[in-house]
Write a protein that binds this ligand. Structure first.
Ligand code: ATP
Ligand code: MG
Length: 479
């Protein structure tokens, strides 16, 4: 009762103070102050996320940046009138975010109402300003009822961070990295990069449509598979082995995979890697959401013989071949180092990586390198058959089977008899110097006929040589 009387006496004084404080204040600022006071007296709590931590040199807080991205994309932000746009390095378009002093009402979390504020403070004390921007403190503040405290902290805020990261990933200019030889490493330039702008995608990739669909499903399941991988206790990564003759689309497929997933690409040149520890360091420096590629793995380094040499001595441990470091691992790149790279303990750091090997000679690879679990999916890129040709015809000439029924029939038959790579077929379909689509198709028919003649002649010659050598054997046996 006594406290009620005290409040009754204090309220007019409080009203007077608020009146004084808000005199001449803009409506937005008044709203902020009102909410601050409400939060203070009511059962609402607030969490503040500053742009920089105690050490400004560590850069902007990841949490702050994620909230900025989350709010720029959230439906709740649609009602906000004041936005700001900046060109941030490594982004494809201007990054739009909510401007300072704005209030956003967010009810995306099971209908719970949360209020977000984008705020800036200018410290009044005389501080020493070292860098432009140091004179102000920006932060986000989220206010909500205290009964949702645990849900907000344990579920909502982690979701905000995740959604924010997704928005940032979608807006960022993707990069193609390549490793520098170790004698060029400075403090940071272990990988160099350029913007990744390869136009390949799955709709323009010519291959068996069922295999293509299977790969797309596999990739999409991988992308959303974080929980699944955690449940089954596996690192969140997947290995693909692409094999097939030259010009069948292995490199094109890598670009299509990176574009499909929206990942960066790390093109790892093994010949520039001196030893196993260098390889491990390169791996640690890769970021998640990336495709790590080793092209022509059979030609890169002599990994097969390495393993065979190492099989002979008895020092091979019994626990498998991925975790034993050979003595020469400090001076050389060994198979053990590459196996560790793919699925050793280090490979689990970060997660969300696709590792791709390509080769023209799958049979020459060491089985340990490509066993399931390391290279989970083996994809054969084969010579161009009719289904693949139809995709190329549509890509290059914008034509379908109904328009050139007869020519398509002839090509169908020839592609069943002749092994021609999609790269060669594509070359015939290029319009360079040809009058129209019909001329391109005719060029392809001619090319296929010629390839067929050559193949027949080679077969006849090979048969003759077999007969000749058999004849020699018969004579030797008769002797
Ligand atoms: N399956 C395909 N679909 C669409 N285009 C293809 C396909 N295969 C090859 N091409 C075309 O041929 C060119 C060469 O293909 P790519 O470099 O992907 O072959 P590759 O299998 O990586 O060859 P290599 O084994 O020599 O590295 C590409 O630029 C692409 O235009
Ligand atoms: Mg290639």
């Amino acid at each position: 009762m006594a406290s009620t009387q005290v409040w009754a006496a204090l309220l007019p004084i409080l009203g007077f103070i608020i009146g004084l404080m808000t005199r001449g204040m803009s409506q937005a600022k008044f709203k902020l102050l009102r909410n601050k006071i409400a939060a203070y007296f009511s059962s609402y709590i607030q969490i503040t996320i500053p742009e920089y931590g105690a050490d400004r040199y560590q850069g902007r807080s990841d949490f702050f940046v994620a909230i900025e991205a989350y709010l720029s994309d959230s439906n709740s932000a649609l009602g906000v009138r004041k936005l700001k746009a900046e060109i941030v390095s490594n982004t494809k378009k201007p990054q739009v975010s909510v401007d300072d002093e704005q209030e956003i009402i967010d009810s995306s979390f099971h209908g719970v109402t949360l209020w977000w504020y984008a705020l800036t403070e200018y410290p009044s004390s005389n501080i020493i300003i070292n860098r432009p921007g140091d004179e102000r403190r920006r932060f986000y503040r989220v206010v909500f009822h205290k009964k949702f405290r645990d849900d907000v902290i344990n579920t909502f805020l982690p979701r905000v961070i995740e959604n924010g990261h997704t928005v940032i990933a979608n807006n960022r200019q993707r990069r193609l990295f390549t490793n520098n030889p170790s004698n060029h490493w400075g403090p940071t330039n272990i990988w160099s990069h350029v913007a990744f702008q390869h136009p390949a995608n799955f709709s323009t990739l010519a291959m068996d449509p069922t295999v293509k669909e299977d790969i797309i499903n596999d990739l999409n399941a991988f992308k959303v598979g974080k929980g699944y991988y955690a449940d089954v206790g596996k690192a969140w990564k997947r290995g693909y082995l692409l094999f097939g003759p030259p010009g069948t689309g292995k490199s094109t497929m890598i670009a299509a995979i990176a574009n499909e997933l929206g990942y960066d690409v790390y093109d790892l040149e093994l010949t520039a890697v001196k030893n196993n520890s260098e390889l491990r360091r390169l791996f640690i420096e890769t970021k998640e959401k990336s495709v790590i590629v080793i092209e022509d793995i059979d030609c890169s380094v002599n990994l097969t013989s390495n393993r065979q040499e190492r099989k002979k001595p008895s020092r091979k441990k019994s626990g498998g071949d991925s975790d034993d470091e050979s003595d020469d691992g400090d001076t050389k790149l060994t198979l053990s180092g590459v196996l560790n790279f793919i699925d050793g303990l280090w490979s689990a750091c970060g997660g969300e990586r696709i590792i791709i090997f390509t080769t023209n000679n799958k049979d020459e690879l060491d089985p340990a390198l490509i066993r399931r679990g390391r290279m989970d999916k083996h994809i054969e890129m084969s010579y161009c058959r009719f289904e693949a040709f139809k995709v190329l015809a549509s890509n290059y000439l914008k034509i379908t089977e109904d328009q050139f029924f007869q020519k398509f029939g002839e090509i169908h038959q020839l592609l069943g008899e002749v092994d021609m790579s999609p790269a060669d077929v594509a070359e015939h379909l290029m319009r360079m110097g040809k009058k129209d689509a019909d001329a391109c198709l005719q060029a392809l028919v001619d090319g296929l006929r010629k390839a067929k003649d050559i193949a027949i002649k080679e077969k006849v010659k090979a048969n003759e040589e077999v007969v000749k050598s058999m004849g020699k054997e018969v004579i030797i046996e008769a002797k």
